[in-house]
Design a protein around this ligand. Sequence first.
Ligand code: ARG
Length: 469
Amino acid sequence: MTRSDANKMWGGRFAMSPAELMVEINASIGFDKAMAPQDIAGSKAHAEMLARQGIISKTDAREIIKGLEQVRSEIERGEFAFSQALEDIHMNVESRLAELIGPAAGRLHTARSRNDQVALDFRLYVRDSLDAFDSTLHSLQQVLATKAETHADVVMPGFTHLQPAQPVTFGHHLLAYVEMLGRDRGRFADARKRLNESPLGSAALAGTSFPIDREATAEALGFDRPTANSLDGVSDRDFALETLAAAAISAMHLSRLAEEIVIWMTPQFGFVRLSDKWTTGSSIMPQKRNPDAAELCRAKVGRIAGAFQGLLMVMKGLPLTYSKDMQEDKEATFDALRAFAVAAAAMRGMIEDLEPVPETMRAAAGRGYSTATDLADWLVRTLGLPFREAHHVTGTIVKRAESKGMALEDLSLAEMQAVEPRITKDVFSVLSVDASVRSRTSYGGTAPQNVRKMARRWIKRLEKAPGKA
Ligand code: ARG
């Protein structure tokens, strides 16, 4: 590092170079170079506005914009030499711009500070992630809803406590996730609405004396409006916190689905198959097929929730406005946003690939006396027993069946009548798993006709492009 390198941006006041460790602890270029496209887009909008307002000349603005385009293409082609001594992406870009176009580059930073610049870049970056999440989750919902329609009447055990509870349909189970993802998308959309104000023009913290047009830069960069308070504009990171919180919640949903895939894929369950595309083998055990992708989707929530917690701790107690602490906002956030993007996309791929094994699911649905509630409901409906009494009678019948190692529907009528003499052979019509799911026609229930209708409703709703829902 040369002395001139280190002090280029504030050399007037500084005589000595920073300590080596100062450079290391201070530099963010190692991770904030990911915001190069946003930084350049922000600078272009700023330069155009400065020229329109007569704050810099049209010629300088043209040079600046041409130079920025050149910088962008150097970065895209991997030809840009990032310098740690130049600290961050903002100074790296500006310094290269000066090499390319000379003194006019120095006019770009008029009426701007790195404080509003970084607040802007980070917002744009997070906004891009929000848009990408929405389209991936939209697509995941489509895949789930389509599968749900196809398998609307595939019967499987529904669980509570991971114990067989009542039969449900596979389609119904998949649609549960479509609902969750719908709410996740709603949370991301809410975060985007509040995020979508431009901090550019807040300058260092107090605004500027130059006659800038903040409405114009806000509009050029796709914001709804400029932030209304310059102190707030440079110093809040709640938009990143909100996005991380929403991502952590959605990642939690993905992790539950991932866990179910892991369970369903075990030979003990055997409910679904995943192809070679989404599984791995073992280097020692030739019979193995491991659901690594699902396991990793299950795990990602950890680092996303961690990034949320980390940023919350960085921000808490910071006095207004900018403090260098806030440079710690980016590294873990970028990592978490990438982790969410890859987990959601992998889940989409897995669900598309996943095939249920209906015979196994069906057989499992019949085990564990999963239609006991149907028997109790029959006693209530047909014999007028109070539900609590029906529950007791059914429990006694289940105990009998269990001691004989038999399913409920395989008990003889006489055996049931020994417990409750008024039971008739009509009871057998409710004891099969198919009859059980068919009867659950209450709104939101698992009956195949409901599931088909709900799946179609979702498929129709999802015809609307992402970003619009
Ligand atoms: N690299 C810095 C960050 O990420 C940019 C803002 C620097 N501002 C300052 N006043 N030193 O926070």
